[in-house]
Write a protein that binds this ligand. Structure first.
Ligand code: CP
Ligand code: NVA
Length: 301
């Protein structure tokens, strides 16, 4: 009963197998129905808003023959103080898998500890592994492979940035993150990556990160749960992906963003809507990756 919580828990080989299954699911979506999750139910638990994660998991589950139950935290007794552990024990008696989007990573770990069914990380303050799987699938489609590619992260050292670092511990690519001082990625994850020999570095200079990159990616300056909006807007002013910055990347470079985008903040509309942008494929790929993750967690991959 594997959980899908953190790419560090998953081997490079399994990551590649999941990506291959996601690509297969994408190819056959319009012609064949794979009802391998017939009769299974997934509970989707959200403490925070979601468009892509919520809809892609729901459609993925339905297209694989299963069902979903959508639960906002406040719909549950969890919102009135029932413990995460007791919630995990009870929900495990009803459903076959749980997905949680939580404010705090420790809430996810607590759910996984007490659940008797697989738990999937639908984003926490620390990590967003389903997102990076979709990003890597998009890179494979556009650039052939992620092997030896140069990935440039511009902006906040947030949950998505941390997950890129965890991916660099499992797959062979180089990652340079340009972040303002005070907004660098999680120091434990970074230390672990460096001591594991991953090709990861952090700079405060966006030009250093983007020069010659195959992929340029960014995310919101203010993530869900961040409350220092004003100081962030000031700190990140020089960390916007615009056409001038994109020109420093390789000519074939693609632009990725997990979305939602804040046009004019972390990215200009001309980059987001431009010819190098792969963001809509990236969003679509969430669906195909969710199918692979669900099949793996439920033992039918
Ligand atoms: N990228 C992503 O996780 O989007 P949602 O917040 O809409 O789920
Ligand atoms: N870093 C963003 C990602 C949203 C998908 C957040 O946590 O709000």
């Amino acid at each position: 009963m594997p959980h899908f919580l953190d790419l560090r828990d998953i081997s490079g080989e399994t990551i590649h197998a999941l990506l291959a299954e996601a690509a297969r699911q994408k190819t056959k979506r319009s012609t064949t129905r794979d009802h391998c999750l017939d009769g299974r139910t997934l509970a989707l638990i959200f403490e925070k808003n979601s468009t892509r994660t919520r809809v892609s998991f729901e459609v993925a589950m339905r297209e694989l023959g299963g069902h979903v139950i959508m639960l906002r935290k406040d719909d549950l007794q969890l919102g009135r103080g029932e413990t995460v552990a007791d919630t995990a024990r009870v929900l495990s008696r009803y459903v076959h898998a749980l997905m949680l989007r939580a404010y705090h990573h420790h809430t996810l770990m607590e759910l996984a500890k007490y659940a008797d069914v697989p738990v999937i990380n639908g984003l926490t303050d620390l990590l967003h592994p389903c997102q990076i799987m979709a990003d890597i699938l998009t890179i494979q489609e556009r650039l052939g492979s992620i092997e030896n590619k140069k990935i440039a992260w511009v902006g906040d050292g947030n949950n998505v940035a941390n997950t890129w670092i965890t991916a660099a511990m499992r797959l062979n690519f180089s990652l340079t993150l340009a972040c303002p001082e005070g907004y660098v990625p999680d120091s434990d994850i970074l230390k672990q990556a460096v001591s594991a020999g991953a090709h990861v570095s952090v700079t405060h200079d966006t030009h250093v990160a983007v020069q010659g990159a195959d992929v340029v990616t960014t995310d919101a300056w203010v993530s869900m749960g961040d409350d220092d909006t004003l100081s962030r807007r000031q700190a990140f002013e020089a960390f916007r992906v615009d056409d001038v910055l994109m020109k420093l990347a390789a000519p074939h470079a693609i632009f990725l963003h997990c979305l939602p985008a804040h046009r004019g903040e972390e990215v200009t509309s001309s980059v987001l809507d431009g010819t190098q942008s792969a963001v809509w494929d990236e969003a679509e790929n969430r669906l195909h990756v969710q199918k692979a993750v669900l099949k793996w967690c439920l033992g039918v991959l």
